[in-house]
Write a protein that binds this ligand. Structure first.
Ligand SMILES: Cc1cc2nc3c(=O)[nH]c(=O)nc-3n(C[C@H](O)[C@H](O)[C@H](O)COP(=O)(O)OP(=O)(O)OC[C@H]3O[C@@H](n4cnc5c(N)ncnc54)[C@H](O)[C@@H]3O)c2cc1C
Length: 432
């Protein structure tokens, strides 16, 4: 019998983790990636417990072990005067997994390796670089590339990021275009050895200790911490556009920032913070932060959107990539028994199950990420009433899509809530 053919559009974190999760006997999984596949960012990324347990179940730990992943041990908050306001030891074990910091390149390479390993479960995934998809016929399962080539699959996964073309094919033109948030983020990745030359910094922070440091105030914040066993130090500095010393009319949403201007944006901060910004040998990367409103749907015919294509969110919860891991696990769970014999109607039903299980949760995390970044900003479709500790519980207490679906169904029955979504309604206030 022929193999079930799954085409994944986009070879970022979401596309690769979905390809890996769907790799199985009697399946052919193809990833079409627009780039030449060698441009993953030099930055750190964390997987929260809800995602790190999925990484473990996909067998990624052994591949990543040699790259120096770091378990986050503490979260410390400082005010702009440099005084410590909070020191919270991490207590992630209660969620059944740790929050783990990786270098993005290491995570991306590990996903590629696991996807293409010759001896994994099922046939190796084929990753085809330089393959930009322009449009898809979502019902027939056909994708059309810029080169004129077409591919046809039984299932199409749209994982082509925040500027997704597949989103237009699924939902039509202009639905939930990326929104500027008025915030920009500088990203630096420092050699810890360079940072250690600053006595001012090391007298306050040990840059090799696995702790996340946040300095927040005056409308801006810096979030930083170590990676690769403490040999590198990642810094994200978030600044409202109106306070940026850069030309805010950037042509691209990602560009090279200017270290001096970054430094000027934090001129009011203490010397040890400014030393972090001074320690870089290269220009920082500069991003205009954008997200999208929750989409009205992720599925059309044989096609489903996942990752940033489906639910791009601000980085304030560090949940963007983690939500992609949840998408992948949900696809694995609901498509477990799908093969070439499965009817078209059944395939469509399974994709809808993924959407119905994932949509409310991802939308809530999008809304909360936005609320935390800029409390005054349009909160999209809902206002989340949970406090940060309750929301951390909401994010991290997650044991897979099927368990989540059961929990939400039960909650709705218990509360007598009739809803087309599975959002536990007591945590949100719908906007009137
Ligand atoms: C400052 C910052 C910090 C963050 N920190 C964290 C964190 O600590 N933890 C966390 O979980 N998340 C974090 N995130 C979010 C996370 O980076 C994203 O959610 C995640 O990378 C999204 O992955 P993706 O694969 O959906 O999209 P992308 O990474 O954008 O990948 C999309 C891929 O599709 C390809 N592509 C695009 N268009 C096409 C096309 N037409 N045809 C074929 N291929 C195409 C692209 O080349 C790319 O490879 C952060 C984000 C920012 C901005």
């Amino acid at each position: 019998m022929a193999d079930l053919r799954i085409i994944v559009v986009g070879g970022g974190i979401a596309g690769l983790v979905a390809a890996l999760a769907l790799r199985a006997p009697r399946r052919e999984v193809i990833v079409l990636e627009a780039s030449r596949m060698n441009k993953e960012l030099g930055a750190l990324i964390s997987l929260q417990p809800n995602a790190s347990k999925i990484a473990t179940s996909l067998g990624l730990d052994s591949i990543l072990a040699s790259t120096g992943p770091m378990e986050d041990k503490a979260f410390r908050v400082y005010n702009p005067e440099g005084q410590k306001q909070m020191d919270i030891p991490s207590d992630f074990q209660k969620y059944g997994a740790q929050r783990i910091i990786y270098h993005r390149v290491d995570l991306h390479n590990a996903l590629k390796e696991a996807c293409t390993a010759p001896h994994g479960y099922g046939k190796p995934v084929q990753i085809i670089p330089s393959s930009r998809v322009l449009t898809a016929d979502c019902e027939k399962g056909i994708v059309n590339l810029e080169s004129g080539t077409t591919y046809q699959g039984d299932i199409i996964i749209g994982a082509d990021g925040i500027h997704s073309n597949l989103r237009t094919s699924v939902l039509g033109q202009g639905v939930s275009a990326p929104k500027p948030t008025g915030l920009s983020a500088y990203r630096l990745l420092l050699d810890t050895a360079d940072l250690e030359r600053s006595k001012a910094f090391t007298s306050v922070i040990n840059p090799r200790e696995a702790a996340t440091i946040m300095v927040v105030g005056h409308d801006r914040r810096i979030v930083m911490g170590p990676g690769r066993d403490g040999s590198v130090y990642g810094v994200v500095a978030i600044v409202p556009d109106e306070h940026m010393k850069e030309d805010s009319d950037m042509k691209s949403w990602t560009s090279e920032g200017d270290t001096t201007k970054l430094f000027e944006s934090f001129a009011e901060f203490p010397e040890w913070i400014k030393d972090v910004l001074r320690a870089s040998n290269t220009a920082p990367a500069l991003y205009q932060l954008r997200d999208i409103d929750p989409l009205p749907n992720w599925v059309r015919g044989r096609t489903i959107l996942i990752g940033d294509a489906a639910h791009a969110m601000l980085p304030t919860q560090g949940q963007g990539a983690s939500q992609s891991f949840e998408d992948a696990e949900a696809l694995q769970a609901f498509l477990r028994d799908v093969n070439k014999d499965t009817s078209e109607a059944e395939i469509k039903h399974c994709l809808r199950e993924v959407y119905e299980t994932r949509h409310a949760r991802a939308s809530l995390i999008q809304a909360y990420s936005r609320q935390q970044a800029k409390p005054g900003m349009d909160p999209a479709t809902m206002k989340v009433k949970l406090n940060p500790v309750e929301f951390l519980d909401y994010n991290c207490k997650y044991d897979g899509a099927k368990a989540w679906r059961q929990k939400m169904n039960k909650q709705n029955v218990v509360e007598g809530v009739v809803s087309h979504t599975t959002v536990p309604l007591k945590v949100v206030e719908p906007l009137s």
